[in-house]
Design a protein around this ligand. Structure first.
Ligand code: SF4
Length: 240
């Protein structure tokens, strides 16, 4: 509930509009910081991930009232153009939520298939600009849908032909007509989470989902080490 109130504070300070720039001071980020500072129990991480999603949902709900959609979005089950990206970026809080979902729901052989993703290239960002299908896409659908990252909740499109073209052009000129407030809700929530993590001195880098999952699922101490302030995911930091 605390993070939920942080999101509403962000909205109010932006005169009831979702600012594309985000807040100028750290005030509301302090809410997440307080939650993280007091956190030394692994079990609390999952609750924090859920609160971040609730904060995003609240921002989006308010935006839809104040800035209605121009027309229905084209996004629907079975459409997965946006699941082909050079990287899917997540915070550690979101990553642990996805990993917990997988551990609880996936068969051992499905988990094993996620353990072999190589780490991100460190330096040559151009070389890493290759579209890859997210390893969590199964038969055209997201296999972790209820636990999917904030970036996946933010991406949207008014026209699937825009998404098809962007994917065909390797996302070099991704002109997609979107409902901007949904993207900004994701941006603000991610910034709140990342700033909150950073303020507590823990690893706050954005992570490349696939190799970071490989680490989280293969290292049973990953959560505790992350809570203790170790850079657990350095080999999986996002590069783009
Ligand atoms: S996590 Fe799910 S929604 Fe996000 S890119 Fe992967 S398959 Fe698609």
């Amino acid at each position: 509930m605390l993070v939920h109130r942080c999101a509403l504070l962000l909205m109010r300070r932006n005169d009831n509009k979702i600012s594309p720039r985000g807040p100028s001071t750290r005030g509301p980020f302090g809410c997440f910081e307080i939650r993280l500072l007091g956190m030394d129990m692994i079990d609390e991480l999952g609750a924090l991930g859920e609160e971040a999603v609730a904060a995003f949902d609240d921002l989006l709900r308010r935006a839809l009232i104040e800035q209605p959609l121009k027309q229905p979005l084209a996004c629907r089950a079975g459409c997965a153009h946006c699941c082909h990206q050079p990287e899917i970026t997540v915070t550690a809080i979101e990553l642990f939520r996805v990993a917990d979902f997988i551990t609880a729901q996936f068969a051992p052989e499905q988990i094993a298939s996620l353990l072999t993703v190589p780490p991100s290239p460190i330096s040559d960002t151009q070389a890493s600009w290759v579209l890859k299908v997210c390893p969590l896409l199964r038969e055209g659908a997201c296999s972790v849908y209820t636990a999917r990252p904030l970036v996946c909740r933010s991406i949207n499109s008014y026209d699937v032909s825009d998404c098809e073209r962007a994917r065909r052009q390797n996302r070099q000129q991704p002109t997609i007509r979107t409902y901007g407030p949904q993207e900004r809700a994701g941006y603000l929530t991610l910034e709140m989470v990342q700033q909150g993590i950073s303020a507590t001195g823990r690893e706050a880098a954005m992570l490349n989902l696939a190799p970071a999952l490989s680490i989280a699922l293969s290292d049973s101490d990953a959560k505790q080490r992350w809570l203790d302030g170790e850079q657990v995911f350095k080999a999986a930091w996002a590069t783009l």
